[in-house]
Design a protein around this ligand. Structure first.
Ligand code: TYD
Length: 138
């Protein structure tokens, strides 16, 4: 069933953009723009054509994803409802709470995906098996 971002508890975050003849500048301030304390930042780049990333959910971690460059599609799934969003604008982020399955596909050449995360990396926080994910949310 296709659904809305809101019903998946996801939301769009508009970051400031300051533009002049020299180009654009955006910024992210902890406690102001992001609905959690940022513990970790990682970024994905040089994704070969046709490859996908993600394919998991997090037990506790909340994230915000941004396309710093290029574009990609994010498929979101809460176990019942699904939706898809294209990120292609450096000042527009996608907030994804815990227990949402995500897959990132259709990376353009040169795309850079930056992720802000609420916790340090911990493999135990990952649900990488879709059936286990469905069972844990239903
Ligand atoms: P993986 O979860 O497969 O990446 P994606 O979510 O993009 O599909 O992670 C790839 C590898 O990187 C895996 O061995 C775990 C490691 N990793 C870290 O060490 N720290 C991190 O913050 C992240 C996100 C991954």
């Amino acid at each position: 069933m296709m659904s809305t971002l809101e019903s998946l508890r996801c939301s769009i975050i508009h970051l400031p953009r300051i533009g002049d003849y020299r180009g654009n500048l955006s910024f992210i301030e902890g406690g102001r723009h992001i609905p959690f304390d940022i513990r970790r930042v990682y970024y994905i780049y040089d994704v070969p054509a046709g490859e996908s990333r993600g394919g998991h959910a997090h037990r506790q971690v909340h994230q915000v994803m941004l396309a710093l460059s290029g574009s990609f599609d994010i498929l979101l799934d809460n176990g019942i409802e699904k939706t898809k969003i294209t990120l292609n604008t450096p000042y527009i982020g996608l907030y994804i709470p815990n227990l949402v399955w995500r897959e990132i596909v259709n990376f353009s050449t040169g795309a850079v995906l930056m992720v802000l995360a609420s916790e340090y990396y911990d493999e135990n926080d990952y649900i990488r098996d879709y059936r286990e994910f469905r069972n844990s949310v239903l």
